[in-house]
Design a protein around this ligand. Sequence first.
Ligand code: BDR
Ligand code: CA
Length: 311
Amino acid sequence: MTAKIKVLMDCDPGHDDAFALIVAAKFAEVLGVTTVAGNAPLSHTTKNARIILDLCGSNAPLHSGASRPLVAEPIHAAYIHGESGMDGANLPEPSRPADGTNAVYFIIDTVRANPGLWLVPTGPLTNIALALRAAPDLVDKISGISIMGGGRFGNRTATAEFNIWCDPEAAAAVFDSGAKIIMSGLHLTHQIMANPKRIEMVRAAHAIVGPMLAGLLEFFSKMYKSLHDDFEGAPLHDVCAVLALTHPQLFTSKETHVAVELDGSHTRGMTVIDDRHVKSRTKANTQVLETIDADAAFAVIVDAVSSCVKS
Ligand code: BDR
Ligand code: CA
């Protein structure tokens, strides 16, 4: 059997972050989890991360990090995730608090002690940008950064996806860092929706945890459907950033250059993907994921849910 890929998850749970953690717990070696403010304030995202780690029986260390973006004002996403950041299910209280409050130094120490690690951010990129700024040597020590963020269209604005829009300065620093980047943008993540049939598969996958997670997906999907013309459920955005590493055969992709717009009055937070065919285009810095085999990916998610340990 090949060794599991080593990851550090940086997240803002978040319904879809929860599923990213569950899939990582089953199919990767999770060396740590850090939290950031994003979908909800930091205290909420940290509590939610602990609850999910408990559900999947993970002993990975959990450290909270940035409570606000580098420059932008903090704005959360209760309109999608509810006030708690993970509304919709009767979840157990966390078994214990976070193991520390300095995610940035935890990221630095963990990378230096584990060269070849992948960083997997599924929220605003504040913690990752701060770690790379404090310790530029990390770029050469990690295998890369698998990001859920950006895309060929936006959700928070017409051009900007929420994670990048929340902290564009951090995102720009990460895309410009020289690290290998894999990007799961909205044009990819909208291909994997939690439709009613898939929610029932999650419910049936585990006697205790299945109904809780199905409740999360029902809430998440209700919110998405109420805000969109034509969605059959909520996209499981953040799972893609994990599957890109653990199940790369599920994706197609292209290598190209991605820049983050910081100044435009209509485009701040946009990921500018260079699709030109000209030979003079900027050198590629990102593997942009284009398509996913959604049914196969959902089977992987259900398998991970069935491995949760809560009884
Ligand atoms: C991203 O924003 C959040 O709502 C989700 O957790 C995901 O990380 C999608 O735009
Ligand atoms: Ca997220």
